[in-house]
Structure formats: structure tokens, C-alpha cells
Design a protein around this ligand. Sequence first.
Ligand code: DGJ
Length: 719
Amino acid sequence: MTLNQSFLTFASAMMLVPGLACAENLIVIESANNAIVYDVADNNRLYQRYFGKRLQNKSDYSQIPNGPEALITHGMEDYYEPAVHINHPDGNNSLQLTYKTHTTSRLTDGTEQTVITLADPVYDDEVKLVYVVYPEHDIFKAHTEITNRSNKPVEIEKYASSMLHFANGDYYLTQFDGDWASEANASETKLKFGKKQLDTKLGTRADMFCSPFFQLGLDAPAQENAGDLLVGTLGWTGNYRFTFEVDHKGQLRVISGINPYASAMTLQKGETFVTPEFIFTLSDSGRGTASRNFHDWARDHQLYKGNDTRMTLLNNWEATYFDFDEEKLKRLIGEAKELGIDMFLLDDGWFGNKYPRHSDTQGLGDWQETADKLPNGIGALTEAAKASGVKFGLWIEPEMVNPKSELYEKHKDWVITLPNRDEYYFRNQLVLDLSNPKVQDYVFDIVDDLMTRYPDIAFFKWDCNSPITNIYSNYEKMNQSRLYVDYVRGLYKVLERIQAKYPDLMMMMCSGGGGRTDYEGLKYFTEFWPSDNTDPVERLYIQWGFSQIFPAKTLCAHVTTWNRSTPVKFRTNVAMMGKLGFDLKLDDMSADDVAYCQRAIRNYNALKPIILEGDQYRLMSPYEGQHAATMYVGKNDGNAVVFTFDIYPRYKQEIHKSEAIVKLNGLNPQARYRVTEIDRQDGSDQSVGEFSGEYLMTVGLPLFTLNRLNSRVFSVDRL
Ligand code: DGJ
């Protein structure tokens, strides 16, 4: 069944379908290729009529029968999971939503916004369903706004951002789960009757066990370059939940939003609760198109400094851990310059005097330089960096506190902790209560103070190593169920202030590896740290996972000493597919490797416009065999770069030619291209030949080898 047909089945499947509405009652929300159509039926309720490929003739939508109610509520005719559930003070917890008005407006940034206002005919609840469409990127954003228009408080128990309905034959869900150092593993499951939920309850972050995005193959398993597919993510740096529920008729509902777990919110008279955005795209040509929709949209509309380039960096974390002093750091700054790197990033361990941060057991919260490590302060380092022509970046973890810290001693009331129980710790630390405006000020001041004292700081790595534990807010007192939501809102308030005051600052979002990987966070951050696992073989999988919705310039990828059995070139080539960084000392490498890295960084700088701004095509998945390949095609000149990796090729593969051939993608079939292997260990380039785009995409080239842990980079230049 195609997307266009998917709703035809609803007519026979639904018991409660109202009569065919006339065209005037349709609310049509279209992007360049897709459309969502709602209908106000004779009973004045809103139904999802269609979600699929855009039809050329709008009046054709009126011939499609209605599907289920747009936003299913608790307590009415439906027997499955509702999107909205409101508890009224009289004990009646039912909600019915009838249509009031809708408006469509074109916003200045080229997006189109549709607001559908619904209200309960009996109670004074109002729910707005808001869509923003980015037509050229085929990206839709949906959220709801729930307003209490009565005189008494109401409690909202479930408050989804979006509910979408499907009536395809089969559904195949790809999730991206894992753990610390093993993030974003892709696996696909066929959905059967019942409910499947992807959610987290980590409080400070969305991710760690399951990334806040999914792919849903409609009718058939998702493929890279073919097939109908919904890809969705929630813009929320906290607890999220995606519910996929297949009912007894094989219809699927997808409910996305904040995880309502332990998070009922009370709305006072006149108060509105605005839910985070569910961001999604529909592709009729597989995962690749959906990814490129997300990448382009993110660069143009969501990601902070989305169309600016990114700095290469040298981080000292794995080079020194906590064991450093001014001398050592100055040496590393010199090494950054020697390698040709843009920025030196000082990681954890530079602060704390009563409780010096010599390990992760103490000092967090005390943001003054440790005097015996850095007697001349951060200023001596920013000066050294400036003298070397290298920018300076600094690690902070401002939302957290070690119990062994002056901050904890002074301000235990700012800490999320249970007043009447023993504390337990995640990485020896606790979370500060960002629902409290005083704590928001304190966190803002950490950055403000550092920037005032050291205006040469160009970058922060903002870490967040603990989920919320010991959950109790001294500030929220009798409203503890607000904490999960208000924490994240408090964080955004701080980030907004920082962005407003320091608009040039670039920041990496980090959360004990890849714990924070969401698009609302990326409104404030220029990039994120996908994983503490920098073994390049593992990274092929982790980066593969995150590349499904995040563009290369957001994915920090560092060359380290993890998995020393891999050549430095292999590690570097994996990292070149993202935002390249290094996290090692020069004496971790041979002189030959240092020379290679210097050339690789020059190559990367030349390729940045293609890798960071271009179209990404995943050519061969590491999940499929012993090789992997990805290419990037430049937007302007159509030149491309291809990265190929031989992981653990098997001898027999030589005869299975198709496994050794790489078919390129995204080229102009009519144009001719020169293919050259570049970035070779010995510094030479090797010509592969000249080919038409059609040849490269149809016949392909034998770019893989049978050498273990081997990598190659090919430049594909349009003639
Ligand atoms: C966790 C991060 O993921 C690491 O990169 C490093 O910054 C450490 N925290 C420092 O404590």
C-alpha cells in the first residue's frame, strides 16, 4: 500500500466515521511533497483525513474518507491510549474536543503555521494544535497548547505534542538504544497488536538508554533509498515518550511528547501549557531522503549557527584526564598549533580549592581555578592559546554538584535531594534544582563570570553527567510532579540568557557521552558529543545511528587512543565524517602518523564545505557486513568525497563482487567526474579514473579492500 492509499482503508475500518465532509471543512497542511489533512466533521469534531504524499489538486482530498479523531482524549469513545487527559476539580476527568477556529499564516522565515483551536463544550479547556511547516525541507513541527479557561485549577495528566494515525498494512519501528559508551544502536521491530513505547525518565537529559528519535517503515521495513517512512524526534532535553499502538483493526497511532510519568501539571486559571515540538518528516524514498531533510532543515532553521563552519579542536580529556598543570596544558596548546588545529579545549579538572577536582569525587560546583594546578588562572592559558593562534575552549558542568564541595556546604537547598533519606549518587554527584530561579541565576553567572574574566574563551563544552536522582525539589515543595518539566524549562531559560549575552559563543552539548542529543538543545548548542566511546569501529555504528537525523557538523568525532589496533588513519577518517577533533598527545603517535594527521587536518579543512554543509549519502551500512561507506556531495559545485572502511573483511568476499563494489549516490548522471584517492598515509594521491555520474551510481567502483581496519578517502571532482 502506498502512502496515498493508506487512509482509504480507514473508511471500512472505522465504526465512528462521520459523513463525508465538504471541502470547506478541510484543513490542509502541506510541504513541498507531503500533506496532512484534517476535517471538521458534521459533529464538529476534528478528524485526521490524510497524511501522505501531497496531491496536486487540493479538492481531491475531499474524496478521501476520514480517519480517526485528530487528538484522542481520555474518557470518551476510544479504548486505546489517549493524547490528552485532563482532570477537572469536580472529579470528572473526561475531555471532548470540538472545533472552534483555525488560522494559517506564512511566517517571515518562509514557514507556514497552522493553528487549530479546539475546546471542550462542557468544560473550559482549550487545546490548540499547532503545526509549523518548512515546505522545502518537508519537515513538519507539531505541538499543542493547553489552556485552562476556567476559574479553578485543572490538572493535566497527559499532554502529548502530537498524535498521528496510520492505516498501513504493516509497521516497522527502528529504535536507537544503548547505554553509556554504546549509544544509538539501530534495531528494527515489526509492530504487532498492542503498545510499544520508547521513553526515558532521566530528568536532565533525553538520552542514554534510548535516543529521542525513531524511524517507522510503513508497509515494509525501512530501506536506505526506497520505501515509505516516517522519521520523528522530540525537541526536549528531558523525559520523552513515543507511544506506538496498533489496535485490533491494524491501525496505528503514534503519540509523541514529554513523558507524562510522574509529571502531572496543575494549570491555574488562564494558564497555558505549551508542549515541546514533535519534529517529523515523511519520505517515500527511504532513510536517506529523511536524513537529508532533517540535515538541511537543521542547518537552515534549528541548529545554533547552523550555517557557520565548525572549529577543529584538541581536547585534553583523554590525553591527561585530571592529571595536568599549566605546563602540560601549554605543551598541548603548542601541539594543537603544530597539528594545525583551530582550538584547544580544556576539559574537566581545572577548578576547586577547598576540594580540588583531582577526580570526579569532589569539587564540582566550585568554579575557581585550582591554585596549585593553574597558579596563573585560565588567563595564562587563553594568553598562551592566543600567542599560538589557537582559540581556547573550556569544559564546565554547571548544573551539577559534588557533595564534597563548597557549593553543597553553602547551598544544600539548591540541590535536588530527598530531605529525609540517605543520598545516593550517580558519578558521585547530584543535580542542582534548575526549577529554582536562584539556581538559574547561579548557573548563568558561572558562564557570565568566566566570560567577564576571560573574554577570549571562544567555546564551552557543557557537560551533564548525572540523571536526576533522589528526586525532590526544595523549591517546588508541594508541586513535586512539576520538577521534571520545570527543570528543563529552567535550563532553557539559562541557555537563552547566555545566547542573548554571548551570541558568538559556540558550545558543545555533552552529557556523560551521548546523553543529550535533541533538537531543542541544539537551538543553543552548535554540536554534541555522541559518545565517550571513541573506538573508531564502534564509532562507525554510533555515528551511523546519529546521522539518521543529525548533520555531520553536529557530531563531534575525536581521534583518540581507543583501540590502538586501528591505524591512526582509520581513526582519523572515521572522525573526519563528523566535526573533527583530537584527544591525544603527539607522543601517542609515531612521527609518520603526526605528519599524516597534519595533512589530514589540511584535507579536512578543504573538505569542510562538502562534509559539513553537503548532502550525506550512506552507501554501505556497517550493520550489513564487514565494510562501511558514506559520501557527502557539495551543494555548490557538486564535488563529492567518499569514505570507505574495511572493518573485518572476510577472505571469501573477494568473489562476492557486489559486496566489494560501492555505488555512489547524489551525483549528476550526465556529468563527468574525476575520482582520486586522497588522504593516503604516504601523502600521495592516486588517480582512480574518470567516469560519468551514471556509471558511478549504476555500476559503481571497487573501493573496498580485503585489508582489515583499512580506510580510504576518495575525492570525486566534477569535470
Ligand atoms: C563526560 C564526558 O563525556 C567526557 O568527554 C569528559 O568531558 C568527562 N565527562 C569529564 O568529566
